[in-house]
Design a protein around this ligand. Structure first.
Ligand code: AMP
Length: 303
């Protein structure tokens, strides 16, 4: 089954202790769809300005990414994000967020996207997330992401969107901020009361934690020797997670666990290079190989 995603398509300026890129291809929808495209077809709803380089559009076309829903606004300016990471690569510091064409975006989704069964509301204005979802006739699985920027600036709107979401993927600081609760387990319980049935907490190099009904599952992050740029790790994780689920269309707990590891596999590739470099040209055997390594990483015998 294909996935419909709404999110940002961006030009990112990022500095890490290992280097810097200027106006590189980024955005939540970009990372998500590139990652998910290894598992299924992806339909993107987003907007870019006239300044968006054609080579980036061409790159996305080389993946299984349908760009009918990518609007280009004449004279408009593409969304830009600027940030940096210190040696603690788990924390992104935002220097600048320029919404550009997203400020006046009123998405009208293509007719052929309206039958989507699996929807991912990637990190973007929660009003846009809700607006897109309202145009989908009968979604069966809705997952979403968000970030501190929206939790702080559009909290009420975000809470409205969350009522319509089955699975929420956010990081640990965002979990605490959204719930207004420092303890992660208590915060998770509070967020599950806001709408989502499943909460996936991304914890950077410490892995991911999933609360799903009564079950809790933890997966490690792949211990990499060379991490260059964590930008996009969260969206790439979500792309692998949702891509795998959409390819089997069964979200029982055991499958969500496998999907969680698949997401972690994809994120581990993403952080090995700047921008989309780590996930632009993988092949499935490579992905499977790392999946098996993950299994060995945390496998142990019962006593
Ligand atoms: P992450 O997976 O959390 O590292 O997300 C990184 C991507 O999020 C970057 O490529 C940014 O372009 C994008 N981004 C940053 N801030 C925002 C925002 N406020 N809304 C939407 N996308 C954003």
């Amino acid at each position: 089954m294909s996935i419909l995603v709404v999110g940002s398509v961006a030009l990112d300026t990022v500095k890490t202790p290992f280097g810097r890129v200027e106006e590189a291809l980024g955005g939540s929808a970009t990372y998500f769809s590139t990652s998910a495209s290894y598992f299924t077809d992806v339909q993107v709803v987003a907007v870019v300005g006239q300044d968006f380089p054609e080579r980036h559009v061409n790159f996305l076309k080389t993946r299984r990414v349908d760009l009918k829903g990518l609007e280009r606004v004449p004279g408009g300016r593409t969304f830009r994000w600027e940030g940096f990471y210190d040696y603690d690569l788990n924390k992104a510091h935002t220097l600048k967020t320029e919404l550009g064409v997203f400020e006046t975006f009123h998405p009208e989704i293509p007719q052929e996207y309206r039958d989507a069964q699996v929807v991912f509301l990637a990190n973007i204005d929660p009003v846009l997330q809700k607006n897109i979802l309202a145009q989908v006739k009968a979604p069966r699985l809705v997952a979403a992401d968000t970030m501190n920027f929206w939790i702080a600036s559009k909290r009420a709107e975000l809470l409205e969107t969350l009522k319509l979401v089955d699975i929420l993927t956010i990081n640990d600081a965002e979990t605490r901020e959204l719930a207004g609760e420092p303890n992660l387990v208590k915060a998770a319980r509070k967020i599950i009361g806001m709408g989502p049935k499943t909460l996936i907490i991304k914890r950077g190099e410490y892995g991911v934690l999933m609360f799903n009904g009564g079950s809790t599952f933890s997966a490690p992050a792949y211990p990499l020797e060379s991490v260059f740029d964590p930008t996009g790790a969260g969206d790439t994780f979500a792309g692998g997670f949702m891509g795998y689920i959409a390819s089997i269309m069964d979200w029982k707990d055991g499958n969500l666990r496998k999907a969680l590891v698949m997401g972690s596999v994809m994120a581990s590739f993403a952080v090995e290079d700047f921008s989309l470099g780590g996930i632009s040209a993988l092949d499935y055997p490579e992905i499977e190989k790392r999946f098996r390594e993950f299994k060995r990483l945390s496998h142990f015998e019962d006593i």
